[in-house]
Design a protein around this ligand. Sequence first.
Ligand SMILES: N[C@@H](CCC(=O)N[C@@H](CS)C(=O)NCC(=O)O)C(=O)O
Length: 211
Amino acid sequence: MGNIQIIGVPQSNFVWVVRMACEEKGVPYAIAPLRPHTPDVEAIHPLGKIPAMRHGDLALFESKAITTYIDKSFAGPKLIPDDPRGAAEVEQWVSFINTEVDPCLVRKYLLAYFFPRTPDGAPDRGAIDGVLPTMATQIALLDRAVARDGHLAAGRFTLADIYLMPILYYVRQCSEGADMIEAAKHLPGYFARHAERPCFKASTPPPLPGR
Ligand SMILES: N[C@@H](CCC(=O)N[C@@H](CS)C(=O)NCC(=O)O)C(=O)O
């Protein structure tokens, strides 16, 4: 059937999630570093977003669908546990990150730094300041979530941690985010420990321009 092809620029946090999942399981893949809304992406994702994936005659979009397919199709450590309770915990945090954390920390905060829509291209101060209270709430709740055993779910490294790590990596590059994470009790240690994992190191993308 050939190798998995992951479609999307590696700087995308969601492309990174899919690559980390492959690395953690030892699944070989090739990456086609395409931007959103390019023809090969539009051919798979109805809104032209990344990541997309091809494996043989299967084409998929949505990082959760892609990582679940990879987890179920290949040997290696289970990213979503088989037991219903562990699986539900992982699903809960993946869903929460996708619907609450990514929209706040990535779409509002990070994009205001990395891709501002200001006339001179400077960081969008209004957008940044506006999102800081929600960010503080989210970082505090994530800090509580990893306090128990250093993982988000199921008592071990899972897909939930894979979704969170790229977001923390980027948030740490911006001043308010770095300060908030550094001031938290458990998140700095959580990030440092999982950043040492081979799957994280092997998939860390090149820096965004200007960072
Ligand atoms: N829910 C999607 C989100 C994908 C997504 O938002 N990707 C971003 C890059 S990180 C994108 O393609 N953005 C372009 C756009 O929104 O038009 C997933 O998990 O794959």
